[in-house]
Design a protein around this ligand. Structure first.
Ligand SMILES: NC(=O)C1=CN([C@@H]2O[C@H](COP(=O)(O)OP(=O)(O)OC[C@H]3O[C@@H](n4cnc5c(N)ncnc54)[C@H](O)[C@@H]3O)[C@@H](O)[C@H]2O)C=CC1
Ligand SMILES: O=P(O)(O)OC[C@H]1O[C@](O)(CO)[C@@H](O)[C@@H]1O
Length: 380
């Protein structure tokens, strides 16, 4: 079985690539980082180590790479011959891989009419659906009709903390032992890809929202609050009582929103939150606050980890989500100079002020009770 995976980064190698190998796939990584692709083709294997006392390792084999920026023909051929396509490139990059993917599907259709699934493994709601929309902008109407029948874009949720890697061997990845890869069955074509690590579900929404609004909300809270107080890593930030209390308060609010929306069991959800905070505290992982905080404009989007749970809470309880509002105000202050989105955010705030910026990037109108709760924590 052949898989093509876009994005040979932390999640690509450390999570999806490892699970594809264990399931028996031969994986071709497509990436625009030439050094990474060369290393994959030189070594033809890499190690994934678990962040545990025992540091258990898996040797991932049957891998190769293609520079999808410079060798588009080879990339298109690989897609045309694949049994599965996956991505872990970042939500904002999906639009940039769409043209190549469309050309790969077109070439594939010329030579065989076998079904194919394309699974976006990104931190976003509806990642594969969004990728499908981008891909379809490059197709003729008739192609869209046929490809809709043949090619599935099942949405997915992925959960595994993979921090920035600092090994001498650029392919080696250290990952937390926990992982969850959930795929919605509705848009699968030609049966379920035989990957033991995947959990197939009829309805993804509760899974992805529970994950995004607990793991990612909590992590973002530690990152933005930690950055504001001058800490470099998530572990350092979590040792500060006030940050920890704020994070727990934020997860209580997002938890309330989730429980009311999806009828989750209250005690089970409390235990889920505790397990996640323990994952953040893994002593074998050093995770930079700037990695977890990266892309603040995306993270302040209307459906992302801060604004959506805060809105859901406010609408469900009639009270503004005070803890989340404080974390949103910290995110609005995020000014890490090496993060282009942080710089763009600060520029928008400088030009238009906090309220207008919130209206633009978070789609929060001035009249929403959450808006005034956030603005209360910010300079006028
Ligand atoms: N690192 C983590 O713990 C987790 C990350 N995710 C999600 O996985 C996705 C990837 O994250 P990471 O692996 O951490 O990022 P990363 O930065 O380590 O990897 C992204 C890779 O995509 C490549 N890339 C960029 N543009 C490309 C293009 N046009 N074509 C092909 N490849 C391209 C980059 O060169 C890089 O190797 C993101 O959506 C993230 O939210 C989800 C769960 C956990
Ligand atoms: O990958 P993103 O969406 O930029 O956000 C970083 C977050 O994603 C993770 O990498 C994995 O869920 C978390 O460690 C962190 O909360």
């Amino acid at each position: 079985m052949k898989a093509v995976h876009f994005g040979a980064g932390n999640i690509g190698r450390g999570f999806i690539g490892a699970l594809l190998f264990e399931a028996g796939y031969e994986t071709t990584f497509l990436d625009v980082n030439d050094k990474l692709i060369q290393a994959i083709n030189d070594q033809k294997q890499y190690h994934v180590a678990l962040a545990t006392d025992e540091k258990e390792e898996t040797l991932v084999q049957n891998v190769s790479g293609i520079n999808s920026a410079s060798d588009t023909d080879a990339a298109i051929r690989a897609i045309s011959e694949a049994d599965l396509v996956t991505t872990a490139v970042g939500p904002n990059i999906l639009q940039h891989i769409a043209k190549l993917l469309a050309e790969g599907l077109r070439k594939r259709y010329e030579s065989n009419q076998q079904p194919l699934n394309i699974i976006a493994c990104e931190n976003m709601i509806g990642g594969s659906s969004a990728l499908k929309e981008h891909v379809f902008t490059y197709l003729e109407r008739a192609e869209q009709t046929v490809f809709s029948e043949l090619y599935g874009f099942p949405d997915a949720a992925v959960d595994r903390i993979v921090p920035n890697q600092t090994h001498e061997d650029m392919l080696r990845v250290t990952v937390e032992p926990y992982f969850e890869w959930v795929v919605e069955t509705a848009d699968l074509k030609g049966g379920q890809p035989p990957i033991p690590g995947i959990k197939y579900v009829d309805e993804l929404r509760p899974y992805i929202e529970r994950k995004l609004f607990t793991v990612n909300t909590g992590h973002a809270a530690a990152a933005y609050l930690g950055y504001l107080k001058g800490y470099s890593t998530i572990n350092e930030a979590l040792q500060v009582k006030s940050i920890r209390a704020m994070l727990q308060g934020a997860l209580k609010e997002s938890g309330e929103a989730l429980i009311r929306t999806y009828s989750f069991d209250r005690d089970e959800h409390a235990a889920y939150i505790e397990r996640i905070i323990q994952r953040f505290e893994n002593p074998h992982i050093s995770d930079d606050v700037t990695r977890v905080a990266r892309g603040p404009i995306r993270k302040l989007g209307p459906n992302d980890r801060l604004i959506r749970p805060a809105k859901l809470y406010t609408e469900a309880t009639g009270e503004p989500a005070g803890q989340l509002a404080y974390i949103i105000s910290a995110a609005l202050k995020y000014n890490y100079p090496n993060d282009p989105e942080a710089m763009e955010l600060q520029e928008q705030i400088k030009q238009h002020g906090y309220q207008k910026t919130l209206e633009t990037i978070a789609e929060l109108p001035a009249s929403h009770p959450l808006t005034s709760a956030i603005l209360n924590y910010l300079p006028a």
